[in-house]
Design a protein around this ligand. Structure first.
Ligand SMILES: C[S@@+](CC[C@H](N)C(=O)[O-])C[C@H]1O[C@@H](n2cnc3c(N)ncnc32)[C@H](O)[C@@H]1O
Length: 393
C-alpha cells in the first residue's frame, strides 16, 4: 500500500472522507479511514474517464487538474463505455465499468461488518479500488475479486500493484462466484442484480453474508444484505437507495417500442381508473414496493407519441416481452379514466392494478418492510416476514 503521499493526494483523500462522513451521517470508522488514506483513488483511474451525468470525456493529458479532481470527488467515475467498444456518438454510450461513488463504497464496506481474518469475494472488480480497501483491512490473502471483462481485470491488477496490493483478481463470470477460494465469510457485488446467483449463497459460510445492489425490473433499487443460514438459505432486507450498473449476464437487450410492440399485434381495449402516474411516476418507495410485488414487469413512458387523443402513454411489459399494455392520457385535466390496450397471454395492466391495491391494503409499505429469501430453488419476495412470501422470477 502507498505510504508516501503528496500534499494534493492527502488533501484529496481528506475531502473524499469528509463527503463520505456527510453521506453516512457519522465518522468513517478508523479502519476504513486508514484504508482510504493508504489508497489514493487516482491510482485506480485510467487516463481517459467520463464524468458527470452527461458522460463528459476527460483526458488526463489534456486536463490534468480536472482529471485529478474527479478522482477525489464523491461521484462515480466511468472508466469504460459499451464493454470497451467506445461509440463514435456519445448518445449511444452505456457505462460498462466505473469507480463507484466513494460514499456508496464506504457504506457497503460498513454494511459488510468485517472482522480480522474474514475471507471476502468481490464480484465486479472494476478499477480495483474497492478490492484495495478490502485488502488493506483483511490482507491480500483474504480477498478475491472477479471481473468479467479481461481488459478491465488486467487494468485492475496493474492498479492494485501500483498501489501496493495483491489480492487474487480472477477474470470470469461472477454469476458463478469463484469456487477455488470458497468458502467466504462475505460476498459483495459491486454490479447490481435482479436475481441473486445461488453460487453466492452456496459459497458463503453459514452465518456469513451476501451484500449486493439490488434492482427490480420496475425501478433501480437499494442494497440487499442477506444472511446465510445453516440449510443453504439466505434471507435479508433492503437499504435504499443505490444505483449500480446491472451485471452483464443479467442485461436485457429489449426495447419496449422496438422489440416488444409489433405492428401485427391487435390489443384489447378497456379503461382504468388507476392513474399511470400513481404507479410509474410516484415516490421511489412506492415504485420499489410495486416492483417487488410485480416481479417481471417493467415500464417506459412515451410523451407526445403523435397519436390522436394521446398526450402521454405508459408502456408496461413483461421482461420476456410476450405481454404488454399501454395506458393513454388524452391531455385533458381531471381525467378519471384512462384508455388501456393489452396484448399477450398476460393482462399486465390488471396485474399492476392488483399490485397497487395490495400496496394500499398493506399500509403502503416502503423498502424497509420488504425482504428477499434465496434458496437453491429460486428467490421469494416477502412483506414484513419471510413467511409472508411470493415467488419472484
Ligand atoms: C461499478 S463497476 C465495479 C466498481 C469496482 N468495484 C471499483 O471499486 O472500482 C462494475 C463492474 O462489474 C463488472 N461486471 C459486470 N458483470 C459482471 C459479471 N457477470 N461478473 C463479473 N464482473 C462483472 C463490470 O465489468 C464492471 O467492471
Amino acid at each position: 500500500m502507498t505510504t508516501d503521499r503528496s500534499v494534493p493526494e492527502q488533501a484529496g483523500t481528506s475531502g473524499l472522507l469528509r463527503a463520505v462522513t456527510h453521506f453516512l451521517g457519522h465518522e468513517v470508522a478508523p479502519e476504513w479511514r486508514r484504508a482510504a488514506e493508504a489508497t489514493p483513488r487516482h491510482l485506480f483511474l485510467p487516463d481517459r474517464i467520463w464524468i458527470d451525468d452527461d458522460l463528459t470525456p476527460c483526458d488526463r493529458q489534456q486536463e490534468p487538474e480536472r482529471w485529478f479532481a474527479a478522482a477525489y470527488e464523491d461521484a462515480p467515475v466511468v472508466t469504460q463505455l459499451n464493454d470497451g467498444r467506445e461509440p463514435a456518438d456519445l448518445t449511444d454510450a452505456l457505462p460498462s465499468s466505473s469507480a463507484s461513488a466513494p460514499a456508496i463504497v464506504f457504506a457497503m464496506l460498513e454494511l459488510l461488518d468485517l472482522a480480522a481474518g474474514m475471507r471476502v469475494l468481490e464480484i465486479g472488480t472494476g478499477t480495483g479500488f474497492n478490492a484495495a480497501l478490502l485488502s488493506h483491512r483483511l490482507g491480500d490473502v483474504n480477498v478475491t475479486t472477479v471481473e468479467i471483462d479481461p481488459a478491465v481485470a488486467e487494468a485492475a491488477r496493474s492498479n492494485l500493484k501500483t498501489a501496493g496490493y495483491a489480492p487474487a483478481v480472477a477474470c470470469g463470470d461472477g454469476t458463478l462466484g469463484w469456487v477455488p477460494e470458497a468458502p467466504y465469510d462475505r460476498v459483495i457485488a459491486t454490479c447490481s442484480v435482479e436475481r441473486i446467483p445461488y453460487s453466492w449463497v452456496s459459497q458463503t459460510r453459514p452465518g456469513g453474508a451476501v451484500l449486493a445492489p439490488w434492482q427490480n425490473p420496475w425501478i433501480c433499487g437499494g442494497l440487499l444484505r442477506l444472511t446465510v443460514e445453516d440449510h443453504g438459505t439466505a434471507t435479508g432486507r433492503f437499504t435504499p437507495d443505490s444505483a449500480f450498473m446491472l451485471m452483464r449476464t443479467q442485461r436485457r437487450d429489449l426495447f419496449l417500442f422496438r422489440d416488444v410492440v409489433m405492428d401485427e399485434h391487435v390489443p384489447d381495449e378497456c379503461t382504468t381508473a388507476l392513474s399511470p402516474w400513481a404507479v410509474a411516476d410516484s415516490a421511489f418507495e412506492t415504485q420499489f414496493a410495486l416492483g417487488h410485488r410485480l416481479g417481471d414487469l417493467w415500464y417506459a413512458w412515451h410523451h407526445d407519441p403523435h397519436l390522436d387523443d394521446v398526450d402521454t402513454r405508459l408502456w408496461v411489459s413483461t421482461t420476456s416481452g410476450d405481454s404488454w399494455a399501454a395506458v393513454d392520457w388524452d391531455g385533458t385535466q381531471n381525467t378519471e379514466r384512462y384508455t388501456v390496450w393489452q396484448h399477450g397471454p398476460r393482462r399486465v395492466w390488471e396485474e399492476v392494478e392488483t399490485a397497487h391495491a395490495w400496496w394500499l391494503d398493506n399500509g403502503r409499505p416502503g423498502p424497509d418492510r420488504l425482504g428477499l429469501t434465496v434458496t437453491a430453488e429460486g428467490q421469494t419476495a416477502w412483506l414484513d416476514d419471510p413467511e409472508n412470501a411470493w415467488p419472484l422470477p
